[in-house]
Design a protein around this ligand. Sequence first.
Ligand code: ZN
Length: 458
Amino acid sequence: MAAQRIVIENCAIATVDPNDTEYASGHVVVADNRIESVGAGKAPENLEAVVRRVDGTGHLVTPGLVNTHHHFYQWLTRGLAQDANLFDWLVALYPIWSRIDEQMVHAAARGSLAMMVRGGVTTTMDHHYVFPRGVGDLLAAEVGAAAEMGVRFTATRGSMDRGKSDGGLPPDFAVETTEAALLATEAAIDTYHDPSFGSMLHIAAAPCSPFSVSTDLMREAAALARRKGVRLHTHGSETVEEEQFCKELFGMGPTDYFESTGWLGEDVWMAHCVHMNDSDIEAFGRTRTGVAHCPSSNARLAAGIARVPDMLAAGVPVGLGVDGTASNESGELHTELRNALLINRLGPHRERSLNARQALRLGTYGGAQVLGRADEIGSIEAGKLADLVLWKLDGIGHSSIADPVAALVLGAAAPVTLSLINGEPVVEDGHLTTVDEDAVARGAREEAQRLARIADEG
Ligand code: ZN
């Protein structure tokens, strides 16, 4: 069957290709689930099988945004422990999180995904690491929610096996055994991981953090992931307290600990990486270990400012992350473009830290790199997958800003007129096409209240 085409024209385009090519007025042609062509001016005439022609006047087209760190389940525990740092916040929330069940995780995943997709996210990961016994299939609940919404997804099978009695931070009742965690991770890969070009579902192995995971599990998870050909993810170098923890327990800082357990490499990406010295950054650059930069969460938990300009200069792949919505209640990625730029300008590089184009690159191509999908997504180039966003910039929030990329990054959160994932519309005129937004909001509220009630009963 001949390809079905969607033509978008008369719009500004920021391709985020290797040359940062932009068009003040251009076109993109989508054929089935791929980008067929992109260029200046109107689309070529005489295209066959055009099923839709979109007039993008007043709009900017960018690659879809890629979220590289999240914890969907936290959608039900937003707004708690508002003034705590990471360790105090975790200790306050672990007992609540250990009461989640399949229905709650499904409602939370729908809320998290709906918020991101409505704001231009086309690919996301999720890091789920709380697995109470006998509460259903939590990974299946997330995978199902992403499929319903039509989102490209990297689900990770997270884990914790270092409870308080082993010197860890989580209470013992919130952790699994090492063996159970490894078996479940292998089963998740075998059940779900689709490595084909254009895949809608990847699995990665994701032990939670040095202070909640045994050294055995770190080593064995890395070996398992490499045997299966999947990626590795964890939290790293988030706070000064974590650095102290590593020095006391392992006699070295987090990056040296990761290196000693096989956790530096081009198949690894880590969330945060705030407390990195020059040699840590050099090690990440040398090994091409990726970073999920989460500026809002780092601010919310008073963690610090990640050295993103130094990482980029050292050749470290860097993407952006929402992080869980218990530490970033808005749960949006397009506002993280702005926050990444603003927060890094408070660091030592000041106005030379990140510009608007670099911020957009972190949120698109950089994210594709750290998820291992830079050949498929992250830029608008012929042959790549049709994950595109049409941002409305002629409204009151943006119409007087001449530079469309500056309008998107520095201006108010821009409305999405159209978002395509794999060539399929998932947002039209600011609203999700695949789910009922009111039902998502209602479901999240009900499940958040049920969780609070169960946690209260103890
Ligand atoms: Zn996190």
